[in-house]
Design a protein around this ligand. Structure first.
Ligand SMILES: Nc1nc2c(ncn2[C@@H]2O[C@H](COP(=O)(O)OP(=O)(O)O)[C@@H](O)[C@H]2O)c(=O)[nH]1
Ligand SMILES: [Mg+2]
Length: 219
């Protein structure tokens, strides 16, 4: 079998599970967001702060994807949010089948919102639909403002762009032109919502949390 046929087979099998997840989430009327970024741009930190900021308002569960370890799941567990860890054993993305199994381990009925933290990588996870309601791409200012044009796929497919670590812009610690990143992301995806945030200081988190409050109402 040619490599291209094998890749097609894998993607077709993934689509089948992704569709099951779509049905499962629709049946339970739950919002599920797939968070994608390079390693270290702040996904887990954003999640822990978001869970804490929305405590008492939205019940959030998390599916944590990692190549190895349950370090991030442990960080989420400390917030008291329910979390399921998936180790991909080297694979660079989560599959819809893995998410399907994890959804059945979470107390979905009791939740308002489910986040999936995908494996850190801007490329592979964008090709694997998980049946989620939307993708959230995180880009930290330490990574450079050219990333939307260098990795267009994930920016074109995401509902939201979180530009994280904006606290680093103060004092000129990093060069990152927020307007350039926004313009390039919007050129790829005119509907993308963009929130500059600092998961460290909390700056910008209110607008992001407001977007989540609105989005859970519309599933
Ligand atoms: N200065 C700064 N550091 C951050 C921010 N968000 C996350 N970090 C740090 O970036 C590193 C990677 O964060 P993490 O949440 O593990 O990223 P992940 O790999 O995308 O899940 C950690 O040392 C965090 O403390 C932020 O807004 N500002
Ligand atoms: Mg993480």
């Amino acid at each position: 079998m040619k490599k291209i046929d094998i890749v097609k087979k894998i993607l077709d099998a993934n689509e089948k599970y992704a569709f099951e997840n779509v049905l499962f989430l629709a049946e339970h009327k739950k919002l599920c967001l797939n968070m994608i970024s390079s390693p270290g741009s702040g996904k887990t930190t954003i999640l822990t702060r978001t869970i804490n900021d929305l405590k008492g308002e939205l019940k959030i569960g998390v599916i944590e994807g990692d190549i190895q370890t349950d370090i991030d799941a442990e960080r989420i567990r400390r917030t008291k949010a329910p979390v399921v860890q998936i180790n991909t054993d080297g694979a660079c993305h989560l599959s819809a089948a893995q998410v399907s199994a994890a959804l059945r381990e979470l107390p979905v009925k009791d939740l308002d919102l489910i986040f999936v933290e995908n494996v850190g990588n801007l490329v592979c996870p964008s090709d694997f639909d998980l049946g989620e309601n939307g993708k959230i791409v995180v880009l930290s200012v330490a990574e450079g403002d050219d990333k939307p044009i260098k990795y267009p796929g994930i920016f074109a497919k995401s509902k939201v762009l979180l530009i994280n670590k904006i606290d680093l812009l103060e004092g000129g610690l990093v060069d990152f032109d927020i307007e350039r990143a926004k313009t390039d992301a919007r050129r790829l995806n005119k509907d993308i919502e963009i929130f500059p945030v600092s998961a460290r200081t909390g700056e910008g988190m209110t607008d992001w949390c407001d977007w989540l409050r609105q989005s859970v109402k519309t599933v």
